[in-house]
Each structure stands twice: as structure tokens, then as C-alpha cells.
Design a protein around this ligand. Structure first.
Ligand code: ADP
Ligand code: MG
Length: 850
């Protein structure tokens, strides 16, 4: 074997480890990162007597790397070198290099937060930015900062994009190796994709045939999204004349180890490998010079309808397709054929969105909570998820009873962790064990995960046959699906039998596979998985346990409208068999966008209100709901029994709670929509006087009546009333009078009097504007004898004087009466005397008239 390029940086790596505990290694695929770096750590003594745990995004890569490195070191797999993936491991106490999948490390960190015995953590394929990779790196950095400063963290990537990573890992050392690559000639399809195109496996086989006819040499690697497409592709290739004599082999995670190894072995003939994206960067296949790329991958994505992550076939990014193309140029110049057109290529995203920005976080959140992070927004994310995504995860965990209201994991939550499944299904399996329906729960879980089992638009014949076999009335849509699935299963998922019944054979077969997975998960946790009849109620309660965040109540009998917990609304699907139930739980909530967004609840199961009270005592609450009805001008109240925020029952109350009713009426009064007849000018003036005095002479310690106090005073007036009729004539004065003690009242009358004595014995009414200074309005004749501006509020405030003509028209406003007499009065007198000769017009000689 020629020396692998990664050895060019071995010395630099060992040097860097003398000063740094965090490294980034960038080197192209095939350089030797995954197989050689852990060996370098081992043979150079970096590991001491600890082990290196190498994190892999894929099970198949963990196993294949483990066995490859064991072979290179000349030991058996599971001795010095081992691997550990979910449900499968080959390790021993002597293991020093352990290839693991992402979930394994996270669980190990929960079980042993100190990671005893681990000297180095190697995060491989980090450019893929899997959620668990992000999370466990964050945890590792945290651990290294606190209790394990000796821990070595190495992040490895096939691409150079480490912009976000470097500052995150600071201080860290970056090692780059160029590797060796040969040019790859890339060609595209001439035409854009059309619905009438042949299936992708036929396109791939045709393209391969053409490439070989044109003289392309070497082994070929065909990328397909999944096992099904790989199987179809192999069949199509085996029909090609051009491929006669070649070995055609699949490579994907569902194969047994022997078949997986067969794909990377050498043959004396042309080898054609049809693989999923495991061959993109995880597993190197030597000798490949032809790459055929379907441009598709089956990747996990969030399905909002079911509120879980599912595998969806999606178009890969330009970065991914470049990686795939690169596989043709490892050992010699090569060709890559893309099964999409160049214009379509330009429309593809540059890079995949990291999972943390894309996936549902409920399962991750549960693990992080188990690791002690109650508030996930405080977790040291490499890239933080959307706040709404986090909130959704938090809410779901609370609804499932996995976390309490402070976000802290509960006992139920800890038990749920044992099941490697979305928390919904973990919760369902736990409930199923209690109710004795694990078999049914596994089937239901499987039925919610795949495509629709029943053909929607089917002929009348098959519909009738279907109704005969499956029945049409039931307590759950699942019951129909379970019967349909059983029918398909009894008929070995045969296409003809299924078709006659309007059942998707393929969907039923896929559900079967998922069903087996759930049974395995349940069995490993020692649940009772044998098939046995279960009580209907048990199964329904179990569905409720998994989907309690989808509980809905029918609003009325005449329509399909429902109110759903968390303030949502939707219509029960017309196809649902559960048409008579008042209360349901819907496994799917679809948003259908038409002229407006329409929410449809499907896969419904009827439930009983008592169950909610039994199962979720803490989520039940009774509350009196009070509201104002503008048309009757009355406050109405009802007692509501609620599950979380969903109202289950309402009872009208004859008298609303007095305090709340008074407050609601007071708000209506304050907003001017209702008027208290007795709330007159005098009341407003009392408040204005009080506020003026308290503003001007704070030391008198009179409490003003501000906006809030005003509202409360009005509420006092309204107390005990339920409608406008009761309050409109209510006396107001007594409530206002009670605001001050009699001593305070005396103070108020003294320093902010209602009236002001004038020289002639008359009393002038003082007006107190809400915010300005008080004033009197008087005719000139009434002011004779008043030489100086009167002052109130402990003489701090001059009273403004609005001087009126005999016809009561204002001629002057003054705060300085002395000056008025001197400067303005002579002119005013001259003017007015002519018009009002009968009035008295005193003379003044430099002084005020007396
Ligand atoms: P990298 O991680 O940098 O992509 P690897 O360490 O996986 O590189 O692989 C380095 C080289 O080791 C590959 O080019 C290949 O020649 C060889 N190799 C790795 N795994 C196997 C295997 N299972 N069988 C045969 N050869 C392998
Ligand atoms: Mg690798």
C-alpha cells in the first residue's frame, strides 16, 4: 500500500498536541483521516492508557472502519479496535480505538459525564453537520473546559469550510492536507427533469451503458437515495449488454456486513457499486473512475404534519454533488455524470442546511435535559436552532410529561430515554407497557411514520370490498389502518391482493419494516411484545399518551370544526371514521394551503374526557372566564373546565365574580364607552384640585388620584353590578369622598379651595384644569379692590385671572394683577367704557381702583 497523504501531517499533528488539546484536521476524502488518525494517536502514545472514541455519522461507516483498522493492526475486530452502534457492538476491555455512532457518545456522556477512560474524542465527517455531532462536540468542549482539561478533541472534515468552527473551538490548531486528486470531467443531462421522465434507476443504467460504450474505463460508483432505488438500479444495470461480465454490488446500511465488505473488495473485473451517500465521503472505494449521480439522498427532515422527523428523498446540494464527483478522481482521471441539467444545478442550494436548523429537536432536547441542561437556550450551541424550534421541543416534552414546567427532566422523561425513538413513540411505548398493548402500539407508531396506506381515490368496487373487510365505523382511524395492514400482511403484501382492496402494497411493506424496528426497540427494553388482543380503551389511551399535544374538541355537532390544544383550530378530516366523538386526538395535523390556510386533523381517535383527568391531573384546570358583551352591555361569566388551554366544558354563571365584573365595567367607563351619570364636573374638579395640591405641595402628603386610582375608584362605584343598567345612576360622590380623611379634606379645602373670596364679599369659583394652574374668570367690575394676584397652595401658586368684559368675553389673562391695572386697564377701560357706558368704570391713578 502506498503511503496515504495524511502521513504528511503526522509530525505536525504530534507537535500541535504538545501545545493544544483542540485540533481541526482538513483533508480530502481518501487521505486516511478516518483510518489513520486514530492509529497515529495510539502508536505515538497520545492515548496513554485511555481510548480514542471516533464519532461517525453512520452505522455502516463505524463498523467498516472498525474492521478495516483492526485488520491493518493485525488484530481481531473488537480487540484493540472495536465499534459500537445502536443494538450492536464489538468491543472489549482492551479496546483502545472505538468507532461509534453519534447517539452512542451522547448516551455515554449522560451515563458518565466525566467520560472516564476516554483520552481523545475524534469527530469525523464533521462537515456533514449532523445534529448529534454538533451537540456532542459542544458537550465535549464544555467538559474539557471544566473537569477534563486533559481531553483531546479532534474535529475532522473533508471540506475546508471551518469558518464557524475555528472561533468556536478557540484556542485550536488547524492542520490541512491537500491530498492527491485527479481531474474529473463532469457532464449534465441535456434536458430539465420532467414528470414523464423514466425512473431515476433507468436513467442511471442508460447513462452508465453509454459511458462504457464511449470507452470510459475503471470501476463505477452510482449514487442512489436508498435501498429500494439501489435494488432497482442493480436490476436495470444487470440488463445492460455493456455491463456483462462486471460485478454489480449494492452498498448501504441495511446490508449485512459480508455484503458491505464485498463492495469495497477488489475484483479482477470491472466493479459497479450502487450506493447511498455512505460512499460520498464516509467510505472510500478505490479504483472508481466513473460516478453516476442521481442527485438525490434520503435525509432526515422535520415533518410538521406529524411533528416528527422522517426520512425524505431530497435533492442534494452543489457541495455534496462535488464530493460525489470527486470519488471518480481518487486514483486516475475520471468522469462524473449528473442526472440533472446544468440550469437545474445552478438552482440547487450551495450547501446542505445543518440539521440543527432543520430538524425537530424533541429527542435531542430530552437527552440534553438528561445531561442537566434544563434551559436549552443556554446550551453552548455551535449554531443555535430557531427559537421556535426550541420552544416546540420544550412544549412537546412538557406535554408528554417528560419535563416539568421548569424544563427539568422528569422520572417519566428518564424512562423515555431508554427508547431510541422520537419522544412521542417513547412515551407511547411506556404507556403501552402499562396498558398491555405494546404490539398494537408498535404497529400504530409504524403506521404514523410512512406513506398513506389506503389509496384515497379508489373505484367503488374496491371501496365496497374495503369497507366489507375493514369496516367503516370505529373509534379510531388507526383501527381501519391496522385492519388494512393485517390484511396486506396476511397476503404477503402482494400487489394484486392489496390493489383489490385499495391498499398501497409498498406502503404496507414499509410500515412492516418500521413495525419490526419498534418491536425490536420494545423487546430490548423487556416490554411484552407478543401479539395479543388488547382492550380498545387501552389502545386509545396509549395513542393519547403519544399525542396529547394534539387533543381536539368538536365545536359543534353540525360541522367538523374543532378547537385544538395550544390555541389552534382545525377541521376533522372528512375521511375520518370518528365522526361522532366529541373529543379526539389527531395523530396528524396538516396545514393545507388554498385560498386560506386550512388545518385538517386526521388519523383521529376518540377519547374520553375522564381519561384526561385521570392521566393528566396536573394539566386540568377550572377557571371562571369573564367577558364583556358589548351588545347587552353586560358582563358574562362561565365556569370552564380545561385540559391545558383547551376548554372541555362550560357552565354559565348567574352572577359574575364581583371584582372582575366591576373592573371590566370600569374599563368600559374609563374608555368612554359607558357613562356614569353621577360622575359630573364636580367630581372631576375634586380630583383636579387634589392632584394640583399634591403636585404643588408634596409635603402635605396627599395621595393624588392617577389613572390607575381613577380606574379603581370607578370599579368601586361599579362593585356588585353586572351590567350598565346597574351602574348608570349609581352615586359617585361617596366613593370619592372616602378617598380623604376629614383632616386631609380640610387641608385640601384650605390650600386648594373651591372658591376665592373677592374684596366685594363675592366668592369667585376657582377652576382647576387637569394639568395646568388654577384660574378664576371675573368681570373687571368684580375685580375692583383686588390689587395683587391672589396666591393659593401655601402661597406657592398665583391664581391666573381671566379678565372678562361686561359681555363675559375674555379681554386678558394675567398672572400679575398689579401690572394689569397699570399697563392694560387704562386702554381697556377707554375701549369698553364707550360700549358699556352704564357699567361702573373706576379711574385709577397708578394704583388699583378701590
Ligand atoms: P478518509 O477518512 O480521509 O476519507 P480513510 O481513512 O477512510 O480516508 O481511507 C483511507 C484509505 O484507506 C482509502 O483510500 C482506502 O484506500 C483505504 N481503505 C479504507 N477503508 C477501507 C476498507 N474498508 N477496505 C479497503 N480499503 C480501505
Ligand atoms: Mg473518512
Amino acid at each position: 500500500m502506498s503511503r496515504l497523504p495524511i502521513y504528511d501531517i503526522e509530525d505536525a499533528l504530534l507537535d500541535a498536541l504538545k501545545t493544544h488539546t483542540r485540533l481541526i484536521i482538513q483533508a480530502p476524502t481518501g487521505s486516511g483521516k478516518s483510518t489513520q488518525v486514530p492509529q497515529m494517536l495510539l502508536t505515538n502514545g497520545v492515548l496513554g492508557d485511555g481510548e480514542a472514541v471516533v464519532l461517525q455519522p453512520r452505522r455502516i461507516a463505524a463498523r467498516m472502519l472498525g474492521s478495516r483498522v483492526a485488520e491493518e493492526l493485525g488484530t481481531g475486530l473488537g480487540e484493540i479496535v472495536g465499534y459500537q452502534v445502536r443494538f450492536e457492538k464489538a468491543v472489549s476491555p482492551r479496546t483502545r480505538i472505538r468507532y461509534v455512532t453519534e447517539g452512542i457518545l451522547l448516551r455515554r456522556m449522560i451515563d458518565d459525564p466525566l467520560l472516564r477512560g476516554v483520552k481523545a474524542l475524534v469527530f469525523d465527517e464533521f462537515h456533514e453537520r449532523h445534529l448529534y455531532g454538533d451537540i456532542s462536540l459542544a458537550q465535549a468542549v464544555q467538559l474539557q473546559r471544566t473537569r477534563r482539561p486533559d481531553l483531546v478533541i479532534i474535529v475532522m472534515s473533508a471540506t475546508l469550510d471551518t469558518a464557524a468552527l475555528e472561533p468556536y473551538l478557540d484556542p485550536c490548531h488547524v492542520l490541512t492536507s491537500e491530498g492527491r486528486t485527479f481531474p474529473v470531467d463532469i457532464s449534465y443531462r441535456d434536458t430539465r427533469s420532467r414528470p414523464s421522465d423514466p425512473p431515476v434507476w433507468e436513467l442511471a443504467a442508460d447513462t452508465l451503458g453509454r459511458a462504457i460504450r464511449q470507452g470510459a474505463e475503471g470501476d463505477a460508483l452510482v449514487f442512489m437515495p436508498g435501498a429500494f432505488e439501489i435494488h432497482k438500479t442493480i436490476q436495470a444495470i444487470e440488463r445492460l449488454d455493456e455491463a456483462r461480465g462486471a460485478v454489480v454490488l449494492p452498498l448501504h446500511g441495511e446490508l449485512n456486513p459480508r455484503d458491505q465488505d464485498a463492495a469495497v473488495s477488489r475484483y479482477d473485473r470491472r466493479k459497479i457499486i450502487v450506493a447511498t451517500n455512505v460512499a460520498e465521503t464516509s467510505i472510500t472505494i478505490d479504483g472508481v473512475r466513473i460516478v453516476i449521480d442521481s442527485g438525490l439522498a434520503r435525509i432526515p427532515d422535520y415533518d410538521p404534519n406529524r411533528g416528527i422527523n422522517t426520512l425524505l428523498i431530497e435533492k442534494i446540494s452543489r457541495a455534496s454533488s462535488d464530493q460525489r464527483a470527486g470519488r471518480a478522481g481518487r486514483t486516475a482521471p475520471g468522469h462524473c455524470y449528473r442526472l440533472w441539467s446544468e440550469p437545474e444545478h445552478r438552482e440547487r442550494p450551495l450547501q446542505e442546511t445543518p440539521e440543527v436548523r432543520r430538524l425537530d429537536l424533541a429527542e435531542t432536547a430530552l437527552m440534553l435535559k438528561a445531561a442537566g441542561f434544563a434551559d436549552l437556550s443556554l446550551f453552548p450551541w455551535l449554531e443555535a436552532p430557531d427559537a421556535t424550534t426550541l420552544e416546540r421541543a420544550e412544549t412537546l416534552l412538557r406535554d408528554l410529561g417528560a419535563a416539568d414546567h421548569n424544563g427539568v427532566i422528569t422520572e417519566t422523561g428518564r424512562r423515555m430515554l431508554a427508547f431510541p425513538a422520537h419522544p412521542r413513540y417513547a412515551r407511547m411505548l411506556l404507556a403501552a407497557e402499562t396498558y398491555g398493548c405494546v404490539y398494537q402500539a408498535c404497529l400504530i407508531a409504524a403506521l404514523t411514520q410512512g406513506r398513506d396506506l389506503l389509496v384515497r381515490r379508489t373505484g367503488k368496487d374496491s371501496r365496497d370490498r374495503r369497507d366489507d373487510v375493514l369496516g367503516d365505523a370505529a373509534w379510531s382511524d388507526f383501527l381501519i389502518l391496522m385492519r388494512a395492514w393485517s390484511f396486506a400482511s396476511r397476503n404477503q403484501f402482494r400487489l394484486d391482493a392489496c390493489k383489490r382492496m385499495g391498499i398501497h402494497a409498498q406502503a404496507a411493506r414499509q410500515a412492516d419494516a418500521v413495525f419490526r424496528q419498534f418491536l425490536t426497540i420494545a423487546e430490548r427494553e423487556n416490554l411484552t411484545v407478543t401479539e395479543r388482543a388488547a382492550d380498545d380503551d387501552a389502545v386509545r389511551k396509549c395513542i393519547l399518551a403519544g399525542f396529547s399535544d394534539h387533543v381536539a374538541r368538536r365545536i359543534d355537532k353540525g360541522t367538523l370544526r374543532c378547537e385544538v390544544v395550544h390555541n389552534r383550530r382545525g377541521d376533522l378530516s372528512r375521511d375520518s371514521v370518528v365522526q361522532d366523538a366529541d373529543l379526539i386526538v389527531a395523530a396528524e395535523i396538516h396545514e393545507i394551503e388554498g385560498r386560506s390556510v386550512n388545518t385538517v386533523l386526521s388519523l383521529a381517535t376518540a377519547i374520553e374526557a375522564e381519561w384526561l383527568a385521570d392521566l393528566y391531573p396536573e394539566d386540568m384546570n377550572t377557571a371562571v372566564h369573564v367577558e364583556y358583551d358589548p351588545s347587552s352591555k353586560r358582563v358574562q361569566a362561565e365556569e370552564q373546565l380545561r385540559f391545558r388551554d383547551l376548554v372541555l366544558t362550560r357552565k354559565r354563571l348567574d352572577t359574575p365574580p364581583a371584582d372582575e365584573a366591576a373592573m371590566i365595567l370600569a374599563r368600559e367607563v374609563e374608555a368612554g364607552r359607558l357613562t356614569l351619570k353621577q360622575w359630573n364636573h364636580g367630581v372631576d374638579q375634586f380630583i383636579a384640585r387634589l392632584n394640583f395640591l399634591s403636585r404643588t405641595c408634596p409635603e402635605l402628603e396627599l395621595s393624588p388620584i392617577d389613572g390607575d386610582d381613577r380606574l379603581h375608584l370607578i370599579a368601586q362605584v361599579c362593585h356588585g353590578a353586572a351590567g350598565y343598567k346597574d351602574i348608570k345612576d349609581r352615586p359617585v360622590q361617596p366613593v370619592i369622598d372616602a378617598w380623604l380623611s376629614s383632616a386631609q379634606r380640610h387641608t385640601l379645602d384650605t390650600h386648594a379651595p373651591e372658591r376665592l373670596a373677592l374684596p366685594g364679599g363675592r366668592k369667585a369659583k376657582l377652576t382647576y384644569p387637569p394639568d395646568g394652574d388654577p384660574y378664576i374668570s371675573q368681570r373687571i367690575q368684580e375685580l375692583y379692590g383686588l390689587t395683587e394676584t391672589p396666591r393659593i397652595a401655601m402661597k406657592r401658586c398665583p391664581v391666573l385671572i381671566h379678565v372678562l368684559a361686561p359681555n363675559m368675553r375674555e379681554v386678558q389673562i394675567t398672572a400679575d394683577l398689579k401690572r394689569f391695572w397699570q399697563e392694560h386697564y387704562p386702554r381697556i377701560k377707554q375701549e369698553l367704557q364707550r360700549r358699556y357706558p352704564k357699567h361702573e368704570w373706576k379711574d385709577l391713578n397708578g394704583t388699583a381702583p378701590t
